[in-house]
Design a protein around this ligand. Structure first.
Ligand SMILES: Cc1cc2nc3c(=O)[nH]c(=O)nc-3n(C[C@H](O)[C@H](O)[C@H](O)COP(=O)(O)OP(=O)(O)OC[C@H]3O[C@@H](n4cnc5c(N)ncnc54)[C@H](O)[C@@H]3O)c2cc1C
Length: 574
């Protein structure tokens, strides 16, 4: 019996004829109607077979709710009409921006379009910023290959781009003597297969992380784990790409494509029609929609949400690295996969994330119960963990494929597209390595039309905004003598000066919003969450960009911030 027949039998047994599978050109398509999103996801996971098929497309119609349309910019103009770049990159997340920089190593004209008002607005600013050692990845997985390569590249990339990066290491803790023995034996697997991990005794662990649960009886330690600011690195990649000749256009959404004879001829955007020679699909959770427009849809994305809590700097002093416990199952909830405690590069602690299937690709709400479940689970690692130390919460959406693997390849049917899809975790870790391969594939496609040389003027070095709070008093005084703006502290929680905020507004990828400045130089990231410094930052943006205060947005047009005293606002309202 063929695999397709067998899977149809299984689907019939589970869904009673409401779902069927068919094969076409080494792809498996699921069709039918279901009213439970979790059932749609499980049908996909039941049917997927990566050895037989290039991909699984889940076309089961969801009848239990309304899938929201993609958020698009309100802006409509003709700025890009008629443009014909060599390479058009769709998506200004870490993957798209890393690819843009990689492409500037060749003599190619690069245009990156991002539908949001700034870069790193979706998953690339909504994650743990952990550079994974690759503990739970299986040999043979595409994501394992890119994770291992990406992890190795981090020291050099971050040095070139002047982005703080720390190889903090990661502990997986074991509780009880039997479990510690298991960990001791488990280290053999990691010594043989990698990533290099070694057993740490109870005594040694508690010496290194004295505030964690005394019940930890041993740990596996992975020294190659690290932490980075994921949005900081995304912006740094884009700035270096622009410095090397690429163009970045935000507020620009790809809305349709004209495909003829298996080639993309043009793309429709809210800013006109673009005629690129090569298209790169780095659209995160929307990579399936881009593949559909390109008539090259051989995979599907099932979005998976994760929520994290950020703790105050004081709570972060309890730990030095990344710590989690093996097999924590204090919650009985389905889909809650684990997470841990991460000391971030900016010395906060992240608690989370969880993992919940969702049909809403841009739903960044946070749910109190999910946060509570994660806290309950992580308190096994640190019993003193307390919600009162939380300063904020956030959610991000993972772009998971049914193969649960990355899809990094040239188009299956359409010739001038490269997909960087299914980039769920560890996408931050893997981005530098993904960029290497996608950049090469873009060059190969372009070479079919014209010779492509190396860009001899490519400069890998970017100088970031000065981080005044990391300087010695002497260095700081010299800086202030040169420019007194560095002596005026605007954000007291994070010790950010006026000078740094002004610098952030005048970079090669400029920003115009409160959140844009926050992502670049951190005012508002501290305990008060911008309550004190927010109005001051707005004032600086207004002055520097010569805009009226009322026109400064929090994160995008339509998100204006109310300002003035309560009395003034009341008077204005009347
Ligand atoms: C909670 C959570 C924690 C995670 N933790 C880690 C971690 O610790 N380490 C790690 O390695 N990975 C982690 N990840 C995974 C990592 O965040 C992602 O793999 C990575 O950010 C994906 O980057 P991207 O550029 O592919 O996607 P995105 O950052 O989502 O970028 C895609 C961009 O495309 C744009 N776009 C979409 N459609 C269009 C269109 N039609 N036109 C124009 N633009 C469009 C979007 O607006 C978006 O900005 C985590 C993920 C989550 C959700």
């Amino acid at each position: 019996m063929s695999y397709c027949k067998r899977i149809n039998k299984k689907l019939y047994k589970r869904f009673g004829g409401r779902v069927t599978a068919r094969e076409y050109d080494r792809c498996l398509f699921l069709e039918g109607e279901l009213d439970d999103w979790d059932d749609i996801v499980s049908a996909g996971l039941m049917a997927v077979n990566r050895r037989r098929y290039d991909g699984l497309v889940n076309d089961i119609v969801f009848t239990g709710g309304q899938i929201p349309p993609m958020r698009t910019p309100t802006l409509m103009d003709k700025t890009l009409d008629g443009e014909s770049p060599d390479v058009l990159i769709i998506g200004g997340g870490i993957v798209g921006c890393a690819i843009a920089r990689e492409c500037t190593k060749y003599d190619m004209q690069i245009l990156l379009v991002e539908k949001e008002h700034d870069l790193a607005m979706q998953t690339s600013s909504r994650n743990d910023g952990m550079i994974h050692p690759g503990i739970d990845l299986i040999p043979g997985q595409v994501k394992r290959r890119y994770n291992m390569r990406g992890n190795h590249m981090y020291d050099q990339v971050c040095q070139e781009l002047d982005v703080p990066f720390r190889r903090s290491g990661q502990y997986i803790c074991f509780h009880g003597i039997k479990m510690a023995m298991l960990a001791f034996i488990g280290q053999l697997y990691y010594l043989l297969v990698g990533p290099r991990g070694r057993f740490i005794s109870k005594k040694e662990f508690h010496k290194r992380e004295p505030n964690m649960n005394p019940s930890v009886s041993g740990a596996l330690y992975f020294p190659s784990a690290g932490v980075v600011s994921p949005y900081g690195l995304t912006i740094a990649y884009a700035e270096n790409a622009v410095d090397n000749g690429a163009r970045v256009m935000t507020d620009t959404a790809v809305l349709g494509m004209n495909v003829e004879n298996n080639r993309i001829i043009s793309l429709e955007t809210n800013r006109g029609t673009i005629f690129p020679k090569v298209v790169i699909n780095a659209a995160g959770v929307f990579t399936e929609e881009i593949a559909r427009m390109a008539q090259d849809r051989f995979f599907s994305i099932h979005p998976r949400k994760g929520t994290n809590t950020i703790l105050d700097h004081k709570a972060a002093m309890r730990m030095n690295t990344i710590v989690s416990s093996f097999g924590t199952s204090s919650t009985k909830k389905r889909h809650t996969k684990g997470g841990g405690l991460v000391k971030t590069i900016d010395d906060n602690t992240l608690v989370g994330p969880d993992a919940v299937e969702t049909y809403m690709k841009e739903d960044y709400t946070t749910v109190a119960q999910n946060v509570a479940d994660v806290f309950e689970k992580q308190s096994l690692t640190d019993p003193a963990l307390h919600i009162r130390d939380a300063i904020t919460y956030f959610s991000g959406i993972r772009a998971a494929s049914y193969e649960e693997d990355f899809i990094i390849r040239k188009g299956k049917w359409t010739k001038n597209i490269v997909h960087a899809a299914g980039i769920q975790s560890p996408g931050t870790t893997a981005a530098p390595a993904i960029a290497l391969d996608v950049g090469r594939m873009a060059k190969e496609i372009l070479q079919e039309q014209r010779p492509v040389q190396k860009n001899t003027k490519f400069d890998p070095i970017r100088k970031g905004v000065v981080r005044a709070n990391e300087l010695t008093i002497e260095e700081r005084n010299i800086l202030i003598a040169q420019n007194p703006n560095y002596g005026e502290i605007v954000c007291r929680c994070e010790q950010i000066s006026r000078g740094e905020i002004i610098d952030a507004l005048h970079r090669s990828v400029p920003c115009y919003t409160l959140d844009g400045v926050k992502r670049r130089v951190r005012p508002g990231m501290g305990r008060c969450q911008g309550g004190f410094c927010g109005p001051l930052v707005m004032q600086i943006i207004a002055e520097e960009l010569a805009l009226p205060l009322e026109e400064i947005d929090k994160s995008a047009p339509g998100g204006e911030v109310l300002f003035g005293t309560i009395k003034e606002v009341d008077v204005n309202d009347r």
